[in-house]
Design a protein around this ligand. Structure first.
Ligand SMILES: [Zn+2]
Length: 76
């Protein structure tokens, strides 16, 4: 009986040691790369943060989340 418990314990330890480790983030490697390299910018009008490449920019370099907010900020 002791031998059976010991065998079960060994199987458990081996399975625990072989468990999958460093799992990738959801979204795959492309998303991981974007998360680590692209800066997040706040919209000058409403303050919402978005990735730099998804923002609209004006001549002064300010970032906006959409065309409407760019024109609203310009009309101030
Ligand atoms: Zn905005």
């Amino acid at each position: 009986m002791k031998l059976l418990l010991l065998a079960g314990l060994i199987v458990f330890v081996v399975m625990w040691l072989q468990r999958p480790k460093d799992r990738p983030l959801p979204g795959g490697p492309a998303r991981q790369l974007r998360l680590t390299t692209e800066p997040m910018l706040p919209c000058a009008q409403c303050g919402v943060h978005a990735p730099s490449s998804e923002m609209l920019h004006d001549a002064a370099g300010r970032a906006y989340c959409c065309e409407e907010h760019r024109s609203l900020y310009a009309a101030r």
